[in-house]
Structure formats: structure tokens, C-alpha cells
Design a protein around this ligand. Structure first.
Ligand SMILES: [Zn+2]
Length: 72
């Protein structure tokens, strides 16, 4: 890996971190998200940050599965 590649990598990590949702924000949105899915709405389209966080964070993904199983 060249220094330029490394710089680019570091930059992309920090850049994506800025946009990334915090787990605490995710928890606030999760009940809404699961309810939308349960009622047949496009939850991922309406709350894209939540859908994105679900893919990035395995702990929140597990929580999501537990909650959606409890509701559905
Ligand atoms: Zn998370």
C-alpha cells in the first residue's frame, strides 16, 4: 500500500464516520422502522440512515432481528 492509498483510506474512514448514525440514534428510530416494515411500508426507503446502520453494525442488526421477531 502506498502512502497515497493509506491517506485515501484514512480519509474515507473518517468521512464515512461523520455521516454514520450513532447506535443511540439508531435505537430511537428502530421501533418506528420495525413498525413501518410490519405495516408494509418501505422502511429502508423512508429511513435510509437506519437501513444503512443495520448493514454496518452487527450488534444493532441483532437487536433489529429480535425486535422484528417480537412484533411480527
Ligand atoms: Zn449500532
Amino acid at each position: 500500500m502506498t502512502p497515497v492509498d493509506l491517506k485515501r483510506l484514512i480519509h474515507s474512514v473518517f468521512a464515512s464516520r461523520e455521516e454514520e448514525m450513532l447506535c443511540s440514534e439508531f435505537f430511537e428510530q428502530l421501533p418506528r422502522y420495525v413498525e413501518m416494515e410490519a405495516s408494509g411500508q418501505d422502511a429502508a426507503g423512508l429511513l435510509p440512515e437506519v437501513a444503512h446502520h443495520l448493514q454496518q453494525c452487527s450488534e444493532c442488526g441483532e437487536l433489529y432481528r429480535a425486535l422484528s421477531e417480537a412484533i411480527l
